[in-house]
Design a protein around this ligand. Structure first.
Ligand code: F6P
Length: 329
């Protein structure tokens, strides 16, 4: 028996922007849910770049076998300049029409959602976004796909840095990713027992940082870690280290974790999230939802207008900031 009237029949999925662990698990969920619902499902290779160029392949149950545990994205990804322009989106729409594709699932971050929203506004195409970025900086979901894995990867490395910091009684500055947001830094800093966490959401001057270093040195700490988010106002890890040396004659070692945070096998949390969001993205399209992102808020599936996902700012957890201040002394 037909469970619901389907608003789409041929849908496509793409991954876009910076890759995030769990994207594959999401592609798998989308493909298998779509087939289970009787839809035709296509994979667009290379993100919007592939859409504009018509790089599209039919997907089957077997084309997503053995990928749930793999990092990266089997569909490949890109940051596509052409898609920022009307002419690029017109080409993309023409390609979708050539293939009779009436629904699209975009797995990516806010840049990818901006493109999806523009396409929705300009043409009659149903699109649902699925939040996937290690930065976790998207409004409308408590977690983005990839964030949990990135935090665990960074934490594993920070624990190793702590060993050498402790052996040499050294101060380390560890830089993590996150663009203009401090979600990774805050989580990693708390879990790694950092003495200081520098995030763009909370201003701190060099003088305040110096005072903090003096306090924990006097408190008898033998090693110390400062975790800095790449987008912090004080500067990047190398700049902070240089300034601490120049102004206060403090020696520190720097470690930039960089793209290691984007790779690796997704955690169980990310696989669950990706499976859940991919599944509901397909059901959302079938019900006729469009120009929205599917997210996970307070343990529930929530659909948020795409525009709100970047226009509204997701705040850092104030309580966690307080907890870290209490526990790091
Ligand atoms: O958005 C994910 C992210 O890894 C950010 O944390 C970082 O600022 C950016 O992408 C790096 O982008 P790219 O891989 O293009 O250098």
């Amino acid at each position: 028996m037909e469970r619901r009237q389907k608003k789409v029949s041929r849908i496509a999925v793409l991954t876009s922007g910076g890759d995030a662990p769990g994207m594959n698990a999401c592609v798998r969920a989308v493909v298998r849910t779509a087939i289970n619902e009787g839809l035709s499902i296509f994979g667009i290779q290379g993100g919007y770049e592939g859409l504009v160029e018509g790089d599209i392949i039919p997907m089957s149950m077997r084309s997503v076998s053995n990928i749930i545990q793999r990092g990266g994205t089997i569909l490949k990804t890109s940051r596509c300049e052409t898609f920022y322009h009307k002419v690029g989106r017109k080409r993309a729409y023409d390609v979708l029409r050539e293939w009779n594709i009436d629904g699209l699932i975009v797995i990516g971050g806010d840049g990818s959602f901006r493109g999806a929203h523009a396409l929705c506004e300009e043409y009659r195409i149903n699109i649902i976004g699925v939040p996937a970025t290690i930065d976790n900086d998207i409004y409308g979901t408590d977690l983005t796909i990839g964030y949990d894995t990135a935090v665990n990867t960074a934490l594993d490395l920070i624990d190793k840095i702590r060993d050498t910091a402790e052996s040499h009684s050294r101060l380390f500055i560890v830089e993590v990713m996150g663009r203009e947001a401090g979600f990774i830094a805050l989580a990693v800093g708390i879990c790694g027992g950092a003495e200081e966490i520098l995030v763009p959401e909370r201003r701190m001057s060099y003088e305040q940082l110096y005072e903090a270093i003096k306090v924990w040195s006097k408190a008898g700490k033998t090693s110390s870690l400062i975790v800095v988010a790449e987008g912090d106002e004080l500067g990047n890890a190398n700049q902070i280290a240089a300034r601490l040396k120049k102004d206060y004659n403090i020696d520190c070692r720097v470690c930039i974790l960089g793209h290691t945070q984007r790779g690796g096998s997704p955690t169980a949390t990310d696989r669950l999230l990706a499976s859940r969001l991919g599944y509901h993205a397909v059901l959302g399209l079938i019900e006729g939802k469009s120009d929205v992102m599917v997210g996970w808020v307070n343990n529930q599936i929530v659909f948020t207008p795409l525009e709100e996902t970047w226009e509204k700012k997701k705040p850092l957890d104030e309580e966690l900031l307080q907890i870290y201040k209490t526990l790091s002394r």
